[in-house]
Design a binder for this molecule. Structure first.
Ligand SMILES: [Zn+2]
Ligand SMILES: [Zn+2]
Ligand SMILES: [Zn+2]
Length: 407
Protein backbone atom coordinates (compact mmCIF):
# COMPACT_ATOMS: atom_id res chain seq x y z
CA UNK A 1 0.00 0.00 0.00
CA UNK A 2 1.05 3.61 -0.49
CA UNK A 3 3.16 4.80 2.42
CA UNK A 4 1.14 7.99 2.65
CA UNK A 5 -2.07 6.15 3.46
CA UNK A 6 -3.42 7.19 6.78
CA UNK A 7 -3.96 3.68 8.03
CA UNK A 8 -1.25 1.12 7.64
CA UNK A 9 -2.83 -2.32 7.85
CA UNK A 10 0.07 -4.11 9.45
CA UNK A 11 0.86 -1.41 11.98
CA UNK A 12 -2.65 -0.08 12.34
CA UNK A 13 -3.82 -3.40 13.72
CA UNK A 14 -1.14 -3.36 16.34
CA UNK A 15 -2.05 0.18 17.31
CA UNK A 16 1.26 1.48 15.96
CA UNK A 17 1.40 3.38 12.73
CA UNK A 18 3.82 5.31 10.60
CA UNK A 19 3.73 9.05 10.69
CA UNK A 20 1.68 10.52 7.86
CA UNK A 21 4.89 12.24 6.78
CA UNK A 22 6.72 8.95 6.35
CA UNK A 23 9.05 8.75 3.40
CA UNK A 24 7.08 7.65 0.38
CA UNK A 25 8.49 4.35 -0.84
CA UNK A 26 6.58 4.48 -4.07
CA UNK A 27 7.79 7.90 -5.02
CA UNK A 28 11.30 8.47 -3.63
CA UNK A 29 12.24 12.09 -3.44
CA UNK A 30 8.70 13.28 -2.88
CA UNK A 31 10.05 15.34 0.00
CA UNK A 32 8.17 13.79 2.89
CA UNK A 33 10.60 12.41 5.38
CA UNK A 34 9.61 11.20 8.79
CA UNK A 35 10.37 7.66 9.87
CA UNK A 36 8.70 7.75 13.27
CA UNK A 37 6.11 5.20 14.22
CA UNK A 38 3.84 5.89 17.08
CA UNK A 39 0.91 4.54 19.02
CA UNK A 40 -1.36 7.50 18.99
CA UNK A 41 -4.87 8.60 19.67
CA UNK A 42 -7.30 8.38 16.79
CA UNK A 43 -7.64 11.56 14.81
CA UNK A 44 -3.93 12.31 14.48
CA UNK A 45 -2.21 11.30 11.28
CA UNK A 46 1.22 12.72 12.08
CA UNK A 47 3.59 11.59 14.80
CA UNK A 48 4.11 13.82 17.86
CA UNK A 49 7.48 15.02 16.54
CA UNK A 50 5.97 16.22 13.31
CA UNK A 51 3.12 17.88 15.19
CA UNK A 52 5.60 19.61 17.50
CA UNK A 53 7.04 21.46 14.52
CA UNK A 54 4.13 23.25 12.82
CA UNK A 55 5.80 23.87 9.49
CA UNK A 56 3.38 22.17 7.14
CA UNK A 57 4.71 20.25 4.18
CA UNK A 58 7.90 22.29 4.14
CA UNK A 59 8.97 20.50 7.30
CA UNK A 60 11.99 18.27 7.10
CA UNK A 61 14.66 17.12 9.49
CA UNK A 62 16.93 20.04 10.30
CA UNK A 63 20.03 18.12 11.25
CA UNK A 64 20.10 14.66 9.73
CA UNK A 65 23.26 13.21 8.32
CA UNK A 66 23.19 15.20 5.09
CA UNK A 67 24.47 14.16 1.69
CA UNK A 68 26.87 16.12 -0.44
CA UNK A 69 24.74 17.41 -3.31
CA UNK A 70 27.61 16.76 -5.72
CA UNK A 71 28.86 13.26 -4.82
CA UNK A 72 26.40 11.88 -2.27
CA UNK A 73 28.97 11.49 0.52
CA UNK A 74 27.56 11.77 4.05
CA UNK A 75 28.26 15.23 5.48
CA UNK A 76 27.25 16.95 8.69
CA UNK A 77 25.52 20.09 9.91
CA UNK A 78 28.74 22.09 10.35
CA UNK A 79 30.69 20.87 7.31
CA UNK A 80 32.16 23.54 5.05
CA UNK A 81 33.73 21.02 2.69
CA UNK A 82 32.76 17.59 1.41
CA UNK A 83 35.32 15.02 2.54
CA UNK A 84 34.59 12.96 -0.56
CA UNK A 85 34.81 15.34 -3.51
CA UNK A 86 36.08 18.53 -1.87
CA UNK A 87 33.01 20.58 -2.85
CA UNK A 88 32.56 23.78 -0.85
CA UNK A 89 29.40 23.26 1.19
CA UNK A 90 27.13 25.40 3.28
CA UNK A 91 23.88 25.04 5.24
CA UNK A 92 20.69 26.63 4.00
CA UNK A 93 18.79 27.30 7.25
CA UNK A 94 15.41 28.07 5.69
CA UNK A 95 15.58 25.02 3.40
CA UNK A 96 17.18 22.86 6.12
CA UNK A 97 19.66 21.25 3.77
CA UNK A 98 23.25 21.37 2.64
CA UNK A 99 24.07 23.07 -0.61
CA UNK A 100 27.13 23.72 -2.70
CA UNK A 101 28.36 27.14 -1.63
CA UNK A 102 28.86 28.49 -5.13
CA UNK A 103 28.38 32.18 -5.71
CA UNK A 104 25.99 31.60 -8.57
CA UNK A 105 22.48 30.58 -7.80
CA UNK A 106 21.92 33.54 -5.51
CA UNK A 107 23.73 32.07 -2.51
CA UNK A 108 26.34 33.79 -0.36
CA UNK A 109 28.35 32.64 2.60
CA UNK A 110 27.88 34.34 5.97
CA UNK A 111 30.56 37.04 6.37
CA UNK A 112 31.89 35.30 9.49
CA UNK A 113 33.19 32.55 7.21
CA UNK A 114 35.55 34.90 5.40
CA UNK A 115 36.28 37.11 8.40
CA UNK A 116 36.74 34.48 11.08
CA UNK A 117 36.57 31.09 9.36
CA UNK A 118 33.79 29.54 11.40
CA UNK A 119 30.29 29.81 9.94
CA UNK A 120 28.96 27.51 7.19
CA UNK A 121 25.49 29.03 6.88
CA UNK A 122 24.42 30.47 3.55
CA UNK A 123 22.30 33.49 2.73
CA UNK A 124 19.80 33.45 -0.08
CA UNK A 125 18.75 36.34 -2.26
CA UNK A 126 17.15 38.72 -1.44
CA UNK A 127 18.61 38.68 2.10
CA UNK A 128 20.59 41.89 2.46
CA UNK A 129 22.50 41.12 5.64
CA UNK A 130 26.18 40.17 5.54
CA UNK A 131 25.61 37.77 8.38
CA UNK A 132 23.51 34.64 8.47
CA UNK A 133 20.28 34.21 10.44
CA UNK A 134 22.21 33.01 13.49
CA UNK A 135 25.36 35.17 13.45
CA UNK A 136 23.37 38.39 13.07
CA UNK A 137 21.80 37.78 16.47
CA UNK A 138 25.20 38.29 18.13
CA UNK A 139 25.64 41.98 18.88
CA UNK A 140 28.66 41.79 21.19
CA UNK A 141 31.43 39.38 20.27
CA UNK A 142 34.66 38.81 22.19
CA UNK A 143 37.90 40.75 21.83
CA UNK A 144 39.70 38.58 19.30
CA UNK A 145 43.09 40.11 20.04
CA UNK A 146 43.17 37.94 23.17
CA UNK A 147 44.51 34.40 22.83
CA UNK A 148 41.90 31.66 22.57
CA UNK A 149 38.92 33.98 22.11
CA UNK A 150 38.26 33.04 18.49
CA UNK A 151 38.04 29.34 19.40
CA UNK A 152 35.80 30.15 22.37
CA UNK A 153 33.51 32.31 20.24
CA UNK A 154 33.34 29.56 17.63
CA UNK A 155 32.12 27.08 20.28
CA UNK A 156 29.42 29.52 21.42
CA UNK A 157 28.18 30.18 17.90
CA UNK A 158 28.06 26.46 17.13
CA UNK A 159 25.89 25.80 20.20
CA UNK A 160 23.72 28.83 19.43
CA UNK A 161 23.05 27.56 15.90
CA UNK A 162 21.45 24.37 17.19
CA UNK A 163 18.98 26.38 19.30
CA UNK A 164 18.24 28.73 16.42
CA UNK A 165 17.46 25.72 14.23
CA UNK A 166 15.07 24.32 16.84
CA UNK A 167 13.33 27.71 17.08
CA UNK A 168 13.01 27.80 13.29
CA UNK A 169 11.52 24.31 13.34
CA UNK A 170 9.02 25.53 15.91
CA UNK A 171 8.06 28.43 13.64
CA UNK A 172 9.59 30.96 16.07
CA UNK A 173 12.60 32.22 14.09
CA UNK A 174 14.13 35.02 16.18
CA UNK A 175 14.93 38.40 14.65
CA UNK A 176 17.77 40.61 15.93
CA UNK A 177 16.83 43.22 18.51
CA UNK A 178 17.01 46.56 16.71
CA UNK A 179 17.30 48.88 19.69
CA UNK A 180 16.93 48.93 23.45
CA UNK A 181 13.26 49.83 22.90
CA UNK A 182 12.58 46.91 20.57
CA UNK A 183 10.47 44.63 22.76
CA UNK A 184 10.43 41.65 20.38
CA UNK A 185 13.90 40.93 19.03
CA UNK A 186 16.66 38.77 20.45
CA UNK A 187 20.35 39.58 20.74
CA UNK A 188 23.33 37.86 22.28
CA UNK A 189 26.27 39.41 24.08
CA UNK A 190 29.33 37.26 24.68
CA UNK A 191 31.29 38.96 27.43
CA UNK A 192 34.51 38.40 29.33
CA UNK A 193 34.73 39.15 33.01
CA UNK A 194 37.13 42.04 33.59
CA UNK A 195 39.69 42.15 36.38
CA UNK A 196 38.53 44.23 39.36
CA UNK A 197 34.91 43.99 38.22
CA UNK A 198 32.14 41.64 39.22
CA UNK A 199 32.07 38.51 37.04
CA UNK A 200 29.78 38.45 34.01
CA UNK A 201 26.56 36.65 34.82
CA UNK A 202 24.98 34.46 32.17
CA UNK A 203 21.34 35.45 31.89
CA UNK A 204 18.48 37.00 29.95
CA UNK A 205 16.97 40.46 30.28
CA UNK A 206 14.45 42.09 27.89
CA UNK A 207 15.51 40.13 24.80
CA UNK A 208 19.26 40.29 25.47
CA UNK A 209 21.04 37.07 26.37
CA UNK A 210 24.41 37.53 28.04
CA UNK A 211 26.84 34.65 28.12
CA UNK A 212 29.99 34.56 30.19
CA UNK A 213 32.76 33.66 27.72
CA UNK A 214 34.44 31.60 30.41
CA UNK A 215 31.70 28.99 29.91
CA UNK A 216 33.41 28.02 26.63
CA UNK A 217 36.42 26.89 28.68
CA UNK A 218 36.06 23.19 29.51
CA UNK A 219 38.01 23.39 32.77
CA UNK A 220 36.05 26.39 34.06
CA UNK A 221 32.72 24.85 33.11
CA UNK A 222 33.43 21.46 34.64
CA UNK A 223 34.59 23.07 37.89
CA UNK A 224 31.42 25.16 37.97
CA UNK A 225 29.34 22.04 37.34
CA UNK A 226 30.92 20.27 40.32
CA UNK A 227 30.78 23.36 42.53
CA UNK A 228 27.07 23.84 41.84
CA UNK A 229 26.29 20.12 42.06
CA UNK A 230 24.81 20.08 38.56
CA UNK A 231 24.42 16.74 36.73
CA UNK A 232 25.07 18.38 33.35
CA UNK A 233 26.52 21.72 32.30
CA UNK A 234 27.20 22.52 28.66
CA UNK A 235 26.98 25.45 26.28
CA UNK A 236 23.93 24.17 24.47
CA UNK A 237 22.12 23.80 27.79
CA UNK A 238 22.97 27.41 28.67
CA UNK A 239 21.59 28.63 25.35
CA UNK A 240 18.41 26.58 25.70
CA UNK A 241 17.82 27.83 29.25
CA UNK A 242 18.32 31.51 28.37
CA UNK A 243 16.34 31.22 25.13
CA UNK A 244 13.53 29.73 27.23
CA UNK A 245 13.53 32.89 29.37
CA UNK A 246 13.42 34.90 26.13
CA UNK A 247 10.48 32.86 24.82
CA UNK A 248 8.53 33.56 27.99
CA UNK A 249 9.38 37.29 27.77
CA UNK A 250 8.61 37.45 24.03
CA UNK A 251 5.51 35.32 23.75
CA UNK A 252 3.87 34.96 27.16
CA UNK A 253 4.53 38.07 29.23
CA UNK A 254 1.62 40.43 28.83
CA UNK A 255 -0.69 37.68 27.62
CA UNK A 256 -2.78 37.17 30.74
CA UNK A 257 -4.48 34.03 29.45
CA UNK A 258 -1.15 32.38 28.71
CA UNK A 259 0.32 33.57 31.99
CA UNK A 260 -2.62 32.14 33.93
CA UNK A 261 -1.96 28.75 32.36
CA UNK A 262 1.71 29.06 33.26
CA UNK A 263 0.88 29.98 36.84
CA UNK A 264 -1.39 26.97 37.14
CA UNK A 265 1.53 24.60 36.56
CA UNK A 266 4.70 26.58 37.40
CA UNK A 267 3.42 28.80 40.22
CA UNK A 268 3.15 32.57 40.47
CA UNK A 269 6.13 34.22 38.77
CA UNK A 270 5.31 37.49 40.55
CA UNK A 271 6.95 36.07 43.70
CA UNK A 272 10.02 38.16 44.54
CA UNK A 273 12.81 36.81 42.35
CA UNK A 274 15.86 38.05 44.25
CA UNK A 275 14.74 36.74 47.62
CA UNK A 276 13.63 33.40 46.08
CA UNK A 277 17.08 32.95 44.51
CA UNK A 278 18.82 33.95 47.74
CA UNK A 279 16.72 31.43 49.68
CA UNK A 280 17.51 28.72 47.14
CA UNK A 281 21.24 29.36 47.31
CA UNK A 282 21.12 29.36 51.10
CA UNK A 283 18.84 26.38 51.76
CA UNK A 284 18.91 24.36 48.52
CA UNK A 285 15.92 22.72 46.86
CA UNK A 286 12.98 21.16 48.74
CA UNK A 287 13.53 17.53 49.74
CA UNK A 288 10.92 16.26 47.27
CA UNK A 289 12.10 18.35 44.29
CA UNK A 290 12.69 15.27 42.12
CA UNK A 291 8.97 14.49 42.12
CA UNK A 292 8.03 17.99 40.94
CA UNK A 293 10.90 19.55 38.99
CA UNK A 294 13.20 18.63 36.12
CA UNK A 295 16.20 19.96 38.06
CA UNK A 296 16.98 21.21 41.54
CA UNK A 297 17.48 24.74 40.20
CA UNK A 298 13.99 24.71 38.67
CA UNK A 299 12.63 24.82 42.22
CA UNK A 300 14.25 28.22 42.86
CA UNK A 301 11.47 30.34 41.30
CA UNK A 302 8.61 29.84 38.77
CA UNK A 303 10.66 31.70 36.14
CA UNK A 304 13.50 29.20 36.55
CA UNK A 305 11.04 26.30 36.52
CA UNK A 306 9.71 27.54 33.18
CA UNK A 307 13.25 28.03 31.81
CA UNK A 308 14.51 24.62 32.93
CA UNK A 309 11.38 22.83 31.70
CA UNK A 310 11.20 24.70 28.39
CA UNK A 311 14.93 24.07 27.85
CA UNK A 312 14.20 20.40 28.40
CA UNK A 313 11.42 20.47 25.81
CA UNK A 314 13.90 22.01 23.34
CA UNK A 315 16.41 19.27 24.22
CA UNK A 316 13.87 16.49 23.67
CA UNK A 317 12.67 17.95 20.36
CA UNK A 318 16.24 18.22 19.06
CA UNK A 319 17.27 14.79 20.37
CA UNK A 320 14.20 12.94 19.07
CA UNK A 321 14.57 14.63 15.73
CA UNK A 322 18.21 13.55 15.52
CA UNK A 323 17.33 9.97 16.48
CA UNK A 324 14.52 9.86 13.93
CA UNK A 325 16.67 11.43 11.20
CA UNK A 326 19.26 8.70 11.73
CA UNK A 327 16.57 6.06 11.54
CA UNK A 328 17.12 5.10 15.19
CA UNK A 329 14.11 3.39 16.62
CA UNK A 330 14.40 1.66 19.97
CA UNK A 331 11.79 -0.57 21.41
CA UNK A 332 11.30 -1.42 25.04
CA UNK A 333 9.68 0.08 28.06
CA UNK A 334 10.86 3.49 29.12
CA UNK A 335 12.07 4.02 32.67
CA UNK A 336 9.23 5.79 34.38
CA UNK A 337 8.47 6.21 38.03
CA UNK A 338 4.84 5.30 37.47
CA UNK A 339 4.26 3.18 34.37
CA UNK A 340 0.49 3.53 34.51
CA UNK A 341 -0.54 7.02 33.50
CA UNK A 342 -4.26 6.55 33.37
CA UNK A 343 -6.28 9.40 31.96
CA UNK A 344 -3.18 11.38 31.04
CA UNK A 345 -2.38 11.39 27.34
CA UNK A 346 -0.96 14.70 26.23
CA UNK A 347 1.07 14.71 23.06
CA UNK A 348 4.36 15.32 24.74
CA UNK A 349 3.87 12.04 26.56
CA UNK A 350 4.27 10.17 23.28
CA UNK A 351 7.37 12.08 22.41
CA UNK A 352 9.05 11.71 25.80
CA UNK A 353 7.89 8.32 26.99
CA UNK A 354 7.68 6.43 23.72
CA UNK A 355 10.40 8.06 21.65
CA UNK A 356 12.90 9.84 23.83
CA UNK A 357 13.30 7.81 27.04
CA UNK A 358 14.19 4.54 25.25
CA UNK A 359 16.88 6.42 23.32
CA UNK A 360 18.10 8.17 26.49
CA UNK A 361 18.33 4.88 28.35
CA UNK A 362 20.32 3.43 25.50
CA UNK A 363 22.67 6.43 25.49
CA UNK A 364 23.24 6.07 29.23
CA UNK A 365 23.91 2.34 28.92
CA UNK A 366 26.32 2.90 26.03
CA UNK A 367 28.15 5.63 27.94
CA UNK A 368 28.65 3.30 30.88
CA UNK A 369 30.12 0.77 28.45
CA UNK A 370 32.58 3.43 27.42
CA UNK A 371 33.49 4.39 30.96
CA UNK A 372 31.71 7.74 30.79
CA UNK A 373 29.02 9.13 33.04
CA UNK A 374 25.37 9.19 32.01
CA UNK A 375 24.72 11.85 29.35
CA UNK A 376 21.07 11.97 30.41
CA UNK A 377 20.91 11.91 34.23
CA UNK A 378 17.28 13.04 34.46
CA UNK A 379 14.01 11.60 35.69
CA UNK A 380 10.75 12.88 34.31
CA UNK A 381 7.96 12.54 36.87
CA UNK A 382 4.35 13.04 35.81
CA UNK A 383 4.22 16.57 37.14
CA UNK A 384 7.17 17.55 34.93
CA UNK A 385 5.60 15.81 31.95
CA UNK A 386 2.51 17.89 32.55
CA UNK A 387 4.64 21.07 32.65
CA UNK A 388 6.40 20.05 29.42
CA UNK A 389 3.02 19.57 27.83
CA UNK A 390 2.00 23.09 28.82
CA UNK A 391 5.26 24.47 27.39
CA UNK A 392 4.77 22.67 24.11
CA UNK A 393 1.18 23.89 23.76
CA UNK A 394 2.12 27.49 24.55
CA UNK A 395 5.00 27.44 22.06
CA UNK A 396 2.75 26.04 19.37
CA UNK A 397 0.17 28.74 20.06
CA UNK A 398 2.94 31.34 19.89
CA UNK A 399 3.97 30.01 16.48
CA UNK A 400 0.46 30.52 15.16
CA UNK A 401 0.71 34.23 16.12
CA UNK A 402 4.10 34.60 14.45
CA UNK A 403 4.35 36.73 11.34
CA UNK A 404 7.79 36.79 9.71
CA UNK A 405 9.25 40.25 10.05
CA UNK A 406 6.87 41.20 12.85
CA UNK A 407 9.49 40.48 15.49
ZN1 LIG B 1 30.99 15.57 -2.29
ZN1 LIG C 1 26.93 32.97 10.20
ZN1 LIG D 1 17.36 31.16 34.41
Amino acid sequence: MHAHSRVCISHGLAGVRPCFFATCRLAPGCGLSCNMRWAGALGHVACPLRRAFPQGFRWRFAMPPFQCPRCGQTVFFDNTLCGGCGAALGYLPRMRRMSEASVDGGLRRCANHALHGFCNWLLEEPEHSWLCLSCRLTRVSPDLSMAGKLEAWQKLEAAKKRVVVTLMQLGLTPEPKHSAEDPLGLSFEFLDSQPDASPVLTGHADGVITLNMAEADDVYREKARVDFGEPVRNLLGHFRHEVAHYLQYRWLAGNERAMDRCRAVFGDERADYASALAAYHQSGPPADWQTRFISAYASAHPWEDWAETCAHVLLVLDAVETAAAWGLRLEGPAATAEPARAGFRPEVEHLVVEQWLPVARFLNAMSRSMGERDPYPFLIPDEVLCKMNTVQKLLREAATQYLPGSA
